[in-house]
Write a protein that binds this ligand. Structure first.
Ligand SMILES: Cc1cc2nc3c(=O)[nH]c(=O)nc-3n(C[C@H](O)[C@H](O)[C@H](O)COP(=O)(O)OP(=O)(O)OC[C@H]3O[C@@H](n4cnc5c(N)ncnc54)[C@H](O)[C@@H]3O)c2cc1C
Length: 394
């Protein structure tokens, strides 16, 4: 089989790239390891900032709209904040990802699911081999195979550092689930390098905890403690699953000859919030634009994608890294700022809604930016050993 573009992985990143390429007239094959619909360990929260990237409406798979937060600090100090516009929507990944892949197929892409990629050869183009024995030749490859994919390894790229998270579902039959409707719960300050969450869905509440990989052995206990502290029966949590959240450091490879890495395969998760669907979608679209120019002969390579990420995504990731380091060094003042300052809460909501960015937020600090950068660099130094992750070979 020969196509213009082969996309490995049908998560939000891969499907968005395939949709954009197929809509622009390219022939596209999506090779997906799992049989669809498939689930993925994820809270399934999609920020309004992420929705704004999508060229179509996803309301058929939206289970709840979120207007506020109930924040707790170290399981005690508690406060609620609401906003008059939606901040996020709640989905289930099995339904969201099937819906996004379906849009790519409607646009003209071919989805081959249940057929894992096992090898990649790059020459002037690429040849991808699957475990079924198929070979797909293409002009470009979009590597969208997530945290535990094959592309990085096949291309000889180093592992990314990563956070780790564990999540599970509490059915709505649990009485504690009743009060969760249009707001999410955040537990701050008690989980090293991360936080706990309650995300309300239609049939269940999704509960999770995530943080530094060094805390992985504790996550099961942390989740059970957190669930109990919210009144849930920890023993009755269903579908418990842990997964990595790969995190890009500045300057790490995004393209290699005819290959562009996007989403989790490129480590584009926001290190402060753990949100990765938005950047998966956006990086897929940016990679598709660069790939289309390359396929049309209008660009000599895919480096336009690197430039686009450097302009649009990297500046925000850099600030999110700083805020993450500062927050986890000394969480209390930031929680108080969020609690007491309506300006800070408003800034947070505008970022979540895509009306502002971390980078825009930092710019408004004026000369204090230098102080923030120095404090963050100091905090990041202390954090590195805990933040390192060695992926198990798959
Ligand atoms: C516990 C947890 C909770 C999270 N909660 C949120 C949240 O609420 N909101 C949010 O925005 N982000 C969240 N994230 C992050 C988010 O899940 C990821 O950033 C997002 O899924 C990245 O999308 P992607 O398309 O890059 O990769 P993925 O969604 O991981 O998709 C990769 C695809 O590639 C396929 N694949 C893998 N290997 C192969 C192969 N060899 N051949 C073919 N296909 C292959 C996989 O089957 C998969 O379908 C969470 C992450 C975790 C771990």
């Amino acid at each position: 089989m020969r196509v213009d573009a082969v996309v490995v992985g049908a998560g939000p990143g891969g499907s968005s790239a395939a949709y954009a390429l197929a809509s622009a007239g390219a022939s596209v094959a999506i090779l997906e390891r799992a049989r669809f619909p498939r689930d993925k360990p994820c809270g399934g929260g999609v920020l309004v900032s992420a929705l704004q990237h999508l060229p179509f409406d996803i309301s058929p798979v939206v289970e709840r709209e979120i207007f506020g937060f109930r924040v707790r600090y170290r399981r005690q100090d508690e406060f609620n904040h609401r906003y008059d516009e939606p901040l996020a929507v709640m989905t289930q990944r099995s339904r969201l990802d099937a819906f996004l892949a379906e849009q790519a197929v409607y646009a003209g892409a071919e989805l081959r699911d249940g057929d894992p990629v096992r090898a990649i050869e790059t020459n002037r183009g690429v040849t991808v081999r699957t475990t079924r024995g198929d070979a797909v030749e293409a002009g470009v490859l979009i590597a969208a195979d997530g945290a535990n994919g094959v592309c990085r390894r096949a291309l000889g790229l180093p592992r990314l550092r990563a956070a780790v998270a564990l999540e599970g579902n509490a059915p709505r039959s649990q009485p504690a689930a009743e009060r969760w409707t249009d707001h999410v719960g955040l537990e701050l300050g008690s989980i090293r390098g991360g936080y706990g969450w309650v995300f309300p869905k239609r049939e269940h509440c999704n509960l999770g905890v995530g943080g530094y990989p060094s805390g992985a052995p504790e996550l099961r206990r942390e989740l059970a403690d957190y669930a109990r502290s919210e009144g849930f029966e920890a023993e009755a949590l269903e579908q418990l699953r842990a997964h990595h959240l790969p995190l890009r450091d500045a300057g790490q490879t995004l393209t290699l000859g005819p290959v562009a890495l996007i989403g989790d395969a490129a480590g584009l998760i926001d290190p402060l919030s753990g949100e990765g669907i938005g950047n998966a979608i956006r990086s897929g679209q940016l990679a598709a634009e660069a790939a289309q120019r390359y396929l049309d002969g209008a660009a000599p390579d895919l480096r336009g994608y690197e430039t686009a990420v450097a302009d649009e995504i990297d500046p925000d990731l850099a600030v999110a890294r700083q805020l993450q380091a500062l927050f986890h060094q000394l969480p209390w003042p930031y929680v108080q700022l969020l609690r007491r300052s309506s300006r800070f809460w408003g800034a947070f909501c505008r970022i979540v809604r895509g009306e502002s960015s971390y980078h825009g937020f930092r710019s408004r600090l004026g000369p204090a930016q230098t102080l923030v950068a120095l404090a963050a660099a100091y905090a990041e130094q202390g954090q590195r050993p805990q933040a390192r992750w060695q992926a198990e070979p798959t």
